[in-house]
Design a protein around this ligand. Sequence first.
Ligand SMILES: Nc1ncnc2c1ncn2[C@@H]1O[C@H](COP(=O)(O)OP(=O)(O)OP(=O)(O)O)[C@@H](O)[C@H]1O
Ligand SMILES: [Mg+2]
Length: 367
Amino acid sequence: MTSIAEEQILNALKTVKDPDLHRDIVSLGFIKDLKVEGGTVDFTIELTTPACPVRDQLKQECESKVRALPGVKEVRVEMTSSTRGRSRFESATVLPGVRNIIAVASGKGGVGKSTVAANLALALAKTGAQVGLLDCDIYGPSMPLMFGLVGRQPEVTADEKILPLKAHGIRLMSIGFLATEKAPIIWRGPMVHQIIQQFLTRVEWGELDYLILDLPPGTGDAQLTLTQSAPLSGAVIVTTPQEVSLIDARKGLQMFQKVNVPVLGLIENMSYFKCPDCGHVAHIFSGGGGEKMSEELGVPLLGQIPIDSAVVETGDQGTPIVAAKPEGQTAKIYQIIAGAIAAQMSIVNMKGGPAGPVNIKWETKKS
Ligand SMILES: Nc1ncnc2c1ncn2[C@@H]1O[C@H](COP(=O)(O)OP(=O)(O)OP(=O)(O)O)[C@@H](O)[C@H]1O
Ligand SMILES: [Mg+2]
């Protein structure tokens, strides 16, 4: 029986390119466990993230390229992933075990940052990734309400480690789990820094592919401290279509550029309203702002999320829309955006990350 040479198969697979990384999948190291037995070819494609948006496309392309080789009767492809991230992350003193730390920020308040952060975390988790969500908004924590966890407190282990709470398959931490509802939270600047340090050093996150940080609004000292305290891999800026919001978003972008954190892209929230009855699309705020800004600043527009009353309802009821209505249009848009973020993160990591701020000395001392 003639057997096909492995080299022939690899040559065929070399013609398949990852459209985001712009390199062939063999030289990227994606092909594992190649086995040829008679006319049957088995191999595994190991992607850089479970949230890869071109997963099915790559699988089909590989299958058809190999099937076209003379002598091949059957092709069996297994898809798997090993999320790339910070190099030497296991030995990192801050957040060991966390491969990618992504901040969700905006210059202006109320644009939907917390909603976006929560739903993105859920959308990434739906792809099979291990995800954590850290609510860094000390003054106005949103996560306890959004996840129906008001009044819940995290467990603290004998060695003083704080265990994150779990909801809908993600791990969560918020100052709202540590402060009582009635006591007003009045933190002074240095205390904010200390609390964030505790979140970064004392919370037992375990192994995570992505840790999403919901930042407080603005680009002031508190935000700057935050961007310098966490070894950020990348940032996403949330904006709404109005010009006034874009001016603030631009400030957010510049803040990350200043500390060398790559901005993975923009998300335009409340972009348009689609009438559920007639399907008419209305741009309630003047449209196209996100697109314009993306062009002007050379950062990708990762997606546009419509105004959807179900976003508010589900958020208030303790189950964000991606978990509450996974088949709905808004959840699907979130899923696409999560894929785009994961792809952007992979691109940054493949370029020789880690992409964290290089000019910052991390404070690792426990307080
Ligand atoms: N796409 C959307 N459609 C409709 N309502 C939305 C949408 N996105 C967010 N909202 C609503 O807008 C309000 C503000 O959202 P959110 O709290 O996420 O904003 P934020 O930017 O985190 O605010 P802050 O600056 O106070 O932290 C919430 O009531 C939320 O449910
Ligand atoms: Mg918020």
